[in-house]
Design a protein around this ligand. Structure first.
Ligand code: PBG
Length: 320
């Protein structure tokens, strides 16, 4: 066994060039996906610029900048002008997402267009499925979620990403897509999605906070990792093409466990709260935003994620 003083690990840390040479995990902009919110109007978000929303007319200019920076894909979230009990805006052929997809598909044939498939932004009660007096109804929601996925595919999506956490949604979506002639469209499943306080800024931006109760009856309990593997196992069996873990930073062990157990690509969502914490601390001069962002994303990659959805994608791309 080599020991000090023969072995000195600091030798390889002496210069930036040496550190670069031996770095085990690198960030690459080709592994990043940038989220965008599409709404009836364009509205800036001063504190969190990446969580502002764009109208269908203004979106292409923003997306252009992201594509020009070398980011391979975007994931779209819709904020409809009207919400109802069922969330019918989600599958409306003329809904915000469907319009945005047609627009972007035409202008950016190469860019990957991913869509979040969920009802929470579209329902008047803000839950991810339809509800009755007992709570969120699983099986009744599946058909609506599958319909939404098909409408995204019809409008030009490259992949659909169900984030509702209903049981059986991947199978329902897979069979609806296949019936609709979209057998080649991949499903990126938010397989292990935890009930998390870190979605706070997103819910603010997407106006999707539940009006009663919370999401703990369908999103996962943060105490569980074996259950995350069961979620993944079911999603694989149902036809998922990519497994996502979310949020990323509080669940690096989950990302690692999923990576070790499954051979599918693993995605991680560096969520709004993870981004907002760093932004807020940086605004107070408490830390360096860029370094904190790079460290966060490197840790997520090191834990085993192949691709990362992050609000920093646009800002960091030119240097990656
Ligand atoms: C929709 C959805 C949410 C996020 C992604 N898809 C919010 C939620 O489940 O409440 C959160 C993303 C983020 O915080 O950046 N269900």
């Amino acid at each position: 066994m080599s020991t000090f003083p023969q072995t000195r690990l600091r030798r390889l840390r002496r210069t930036g060039a040496l550190r670069d040479l031996v770095r085990e995990t690198r960030l690459d902009r080709r592994d990043l996906v940038m989220p965008f919110f599409v709404g009836p109007d364009t509205r800036a978000n001063e504190g969190l610029p990446a969580l502002g929303r764009y109208s269908v007319a203004d979106l292409p200019r923003e997306v252009e900048a992201v594509a020009a920076a070398g980011i391979p894909g975007v994931i779209l979230f819709g904020i409809p002008d009207a919400k109802d009990e069922e969330g019918s805006g989600a599958w409306d052929a003329d809904g915000v997402i469907q319009q945005a997809l047609r627009e972007l598909r035409e202008r950016f044939p190469e860019l990957l267009l991913l869509t979040d498939v969920c009802l929470c932004e579209y329902t008047s009660h803000g839950h991810c499925g339809v509800v009755d007096e007992h709570g969120v109804l699983n099986d009744e929601s599946l058909e609506l979620i599958a319909r939404t996925a098909v409408s995204h595919a019809d409008a030009g999506a490259d992949a659909v990403c169900p984030s509702d956490m209903m049981d059986g949604r991947v199978a329902a979506i897979r069979s609806a897509l296949d019936d609709g002639g979209h057998e080649s469209l991949p499903i990126v499943s938010y397989a292990a999605k935890y009930a998390s306080a870190f979605y706070g800024p997103f819910r603010e931006a997407a106006e999707s906070a539940p009006s009663f109760g919370d999401r703990r009856g369908y999103q996962m309990d943060p105490g569980n990792v074996r259950e995350a593997l069961r979620e993944c196992e079911l999603d694989v069996a149902e036809g998922a093409d990519v497994l996502m873990v979310k949020p990323a930073l509080p669940n690096l062990d989950v990302i690692r466990a999923v990576r070790d157990r499954f051979d599918l690509p693993v995605a991680a969502y560096n969520v709004s709260g993870e981004y907002a914490m760093v932004k807020a601390a940086a605004a107070r001069g408490w830390l360096d935003e860029r370094q904190a962002a790079l460290e966060s994303l490197t840790a997520i990659r090191r834990a085993g994620a192949d691709l990362i959805v992050t609000y920093w994608a646009r800002e960091l791309a030119p240097s990656l």
